[in-house]
Design a protein around this ligand. Sequence first.
Ligand code: NA7
Length: 556
Amino acid sequence: MTSTQQDVPCREARGETEFDAIVVGAGFAGLYMLHKLRELGMKATAIERADGVGGTWHWNRYPGCRCDIESLAYSYSFSEELQREWTWTHRYAAQPEILSYLNHVADRFDLRKDIQLSTSVTAAHYDDASATWAVETDSGERLRSRFFVMATGCLSDRQVPNFAGLESFRGDWYHTGAWPHEGVDFTGKRVAVIGTGSSGIQSIPLIAKQAERLYVLQRTPQFAIPAWNGPMDPEVMRHTRENYADYRQKILDSFVAVPFETQDHGAHEADPQTREAVFEAAWKDGGYLMLLAYPDLIFDERSNAHVSAFVKQKIQARIDDASLAEKLTPSYPFGAKRLCVDTDYFETYNRDNVTLVSLRETPLQEIIPGGIRTSGGDLDVDVIVFATGFDAMTGALLAVDIRGRNGIALRDAWAAGPKSYLGIAVSGFPNMFTITGPGSPSVLSNMVPAIEQHVDWLGALLTYMRDNGFETVEAEREPELDWAARVDEIASATLYPRADSWYMGRNVPGKVEGFMPFAGGTIMYREIVEDIAARGYSGFALDSRTPARTVEHATV
Ligand code: NA7
């Protein structure tokens, strides 16, 4: 699919480098997308802002950072050789191990030669006449490509709240999503962690062990289920490695792309003893799958009340002080905010050097040179850790000045919230794709299979275009609106909207509210997108017009 030779001198004369496809990001999504494009014989490049590959796993190096999907499931399936040669050391891999894995993938498939590191894509403008994307980077480099793929991750645009006085702070501060490579030594330090999502919950127990004093500033208490992490059982690793095909099939057959077994009826229908036993077994197994102990926990208020009560009582049993336990107990439906998976999180509050500061009771007023001022008094600290999360799902997409047909900015097209056909493509933005974009299961499922599913689907689409002589593909407006309505409708049938979560866009001041992922599960989603493909990519306009590739183009 390499562009015709006669175009190249014209573009090179304008200082542009020409590609068939430009991929933004070199995390799980960008690496596999690049590999796929290469398999299709395309000239492709991936542009990555970090100085290494790995995406999320490059940036998030805070103490305790690990995946809360089990390692065996949180890994690529596209290469049998890769599956067979990699050994996971723990049930839940820690960040360094996942980063090593991604570096291994980059080397093994010789991807590095087509990855440009330490470079941010700042703008991407579509030119209708040539049907190409003009892409500009922060180094002023200009590139051009036929296809443009945003593989920028769902949780990569980090948020440091706009607290007054931060610039006056005399100590050091860090965001968990941009942790120093050399680590941070908290020994002898007074530390404040702001935020109790996954990043806070993973890092707080380890920071508490090292710091002289730790203040945890909590806005909303979180549900967390113990990981019961430990070394990988060699027998489980061996058996899975020899039977990966079966294991991956179980992933495909599951609601969230993680092998698990649920009940065939709702929790509220079960008799109390059985229900308690099922919850207890799920608790003992640990982790995120507690949310799937029964299939209706996130859909049915009565069932959710049962699991919420069970987990609250488990949380409270882990904390010595009853009034503290009360403050650490969530009040929204179980699972409506992203469920956390912990190691010793609640027990950490039993330590003498740890203080919980409830920002609901004593709101944060400002950062002062010596620490943090709350309505309850000043906290003297040497270090502030912002575990305050990300502008999820849309932040990284809107951070690039993306303009589609007629110069329409993605930011304007999404002014009332993201609208995307299948979470893959946006009307008005031909030949642009988003891997695990808003409107796809993405963050409600295991991200690696979700990424592979999108990349494989796109690979098939690009093959179809080549075989049938299509130059451009673009989501049509009506199907896109229908899809958005469907995403909304499914979300309204769940309990997710009952919490102030990043799923809903409620963690970022001023962000348009709306549930962004597709909550119908990965099986339903896959069936829908495969059916759309089988019907000649219905809902997409495919155009075989030969673009005027040699005319003068609008540039970024
Ligand atoms: P999260 O889950 O978004 O957590 C961010 C935390 O920071 C959460 O407790 C927030 O409280 C808190 N927060 C955010 N802004 C503020 C302000 N302004 N003041 C006080 N507290 C604040 O991000 P994580 O990095 O922990 O995890 C992200 C995902 O990575 C996670 O869900 C997994 O999928 C992996 P809130 O709950 O909004 O009241």
